[in-house]
Design a protein around this ligand. Structure first.
Ligand code: ZN
Length: 303
């Protein structure tokens, strides 16, 4: 799946009408170097490695406060060593049972934790469903290598890797997304499109990439088996049903205020923001011009 996403991403970059050849090469080169880590760190199932990992932490029976302080000290030292690069982690940073995936900018690593690679996000038994859900997330994480911060880093070094023309074009395209997402919200509780831009770009790129990767698979297979109960839907429509399903959420009034303060746009607007900017979505669902999901307005596009 990861390789299929990389292949789809490469063809999207190659087909870009505004990127210059040398910029395409830089982007493709970085994408090819992205390493995927899945599951959990090896010390989880190896006692010796676990002992080594926690070397230096003093734990005494019955001394809970002291133990907590010792663990905090050990964690802080480890984090500081990472900043000075005297310690390069083969680390998952967070508990592998958490349902999450992330991109580490300096190391160019995408990590999918065990907690994520489970039903209902993964192992859905059907490529349309797996690609609409997990492959989208893979594409999303991959795009963090090319968001505002990601673009500043190449081979682990921060630098000015892009010329003025690229930067201007990129910023203009970003602005389209920022303006659109800033209109989303509940009454006066609005999304801050400037804050969420990197996540919104990753969503947009993730959807485009995972859909193309799935369409490539479909071409190879010819067709997919029908899903019982969903026989009237095409495979591409199933992809979108799975995509939308992973954005389901329940919101209370109090939640709304907190949700718009996050770097992620609230899930329902993430869904609307991605599909309304997808030409493919309108084609696949036969959305007429001027309908809610195919509004009469300029679509935003990154590449
Ligand atoms: Zn993200």
């Amino acid at each position: 799946m990861f390789l299929n996403i990389k292949t789809a991403f490469t063809s999207i970059i190659k087909s870009s009408t505004w990127l210059k050849d040398e910029e395409k090469n830089l982007i493709i080169d970085k994408a090819e170097k992205i390493v995927l880590k899945t599951g959990y760190p090896k010390e989880v199932i190896d006692k010796d490695l676990m002992e080594k990992y926690y070397e230096g932490v003093e734990i005494r029976e019955g001394q809970f406060l002291l133990n907590a302080a010792n663990i905090s000290r050990w964690t802080m030292r480890k984090n500081l060593a990472y900043i000075t690069k005297t310690y390069i982690p083969d680390d998952y940073f967070i508990n592998p049972t958490i349902i999450n995936a992330y991109y580490i900018k300096y190391n160019n690593i995408v990590t999918f934790l065990t907690g994520y690679l489970q039903f209902p996000f993964y192992d859905l038994g059907h490529d349309a469903l797996n690609y609409g859900s997990t492959a989208f997330s893979v594409g999303h994480e991959l795009h963090h290598a090319f968001d505002t911060q990601g673009l500043m880093i190449k081979d682990g070094k921060v630098g000015d890797w892009w010329n003025i023309t690229f930067q201007q074009q990129f910023d203009n395209r970003k602005k389209c997304f920022t303006n659109k997402y800033s209109q989303y919200g509940w009454g006066n509780i609005k999304v801050n499109g400037n804050r969420t831009i990197d996540e919104d770009l990753a969503d947009h790129g993730g959807l485009r990439t995972s859909l193309l990767a799935y369409q490539n698979i479909l071409k190879l297979k010819g067709s997919e088996l029908k899903l019982p109960g969903f026989e009237n839907y095409t495979s591409e429509q199933l992809f979108f049903l799975s995509f939308a399903n992973s954005f389901c959420m329940e919101t209370t009034e109090a939640d709304k205020i907190t949700l718009v303060q996050d770097v992620h746009t609230p899930l329902n607007f993430r869904l609307i923001g991605t599909v309304t900017n997808s030409e493919e979505f309108s084609r696949i669902w036969n959305c007429r011009n001027g309908t809610k999901m195919n509004p009469n307005e300029q679509r935003c596009s990154l590449w």
